[in-house]
Design a protein around this ligand. Structure first.
Ligand code: FES
Length: 108
């Protein structure tokens, strides 16, 4: 979908597009973001593993934990925090809000 910017937030998806436990990859500028829905809340991380650039959205999501498909590092999708090696650096996260039916990501 096309980007709609309001007050530093960009609409990246409609609420119905991402099921519970689902992931959607969106492209903003030259970056890929992974949008996760867990326990009814949306979370956004850069879709790039900090270990060696693996595509996190292609990994396995269990609860709040995404496992990188490349070498198995695990991150908390709520914070981007590293939960297990071989990654050692958190994944950048982005603030998410829902306005009406729009899922929006903080983007400047
Ligand atoms: S690239 Fe993600 S664990 Fe290595």
């Amino acid at each position: 979908m096309s980007e709609t910017r309001t007050g530093g937030f960009v609409t990246v998806a409609k609420a119905g597009e991402i099921p519970e436990g689902g992931i959607k990859v969106v492209r903003l500028g030259d970056q890929s973001l992974a949008i996760f829905k867990v326990d009814g809340s949306y979370h956004a991380l850069e879709d790039v593993c900090t270990h060696d650039g693996g595509p996190l959205a292609e990994g396995t999501l269990e609860g709040h934990v995404i496992e990188c498909p490349r070498h198995g590092a695990r991150f908390d999708v709520r914070t981007g925090a590293v939960l297990s090696l071989p990654a050692m650096v958190p994944v950048p996260r982005y603030e998410v809000r829902v306005v009406g039916d729009d899922i929006q990501v903080a983007w400047s």
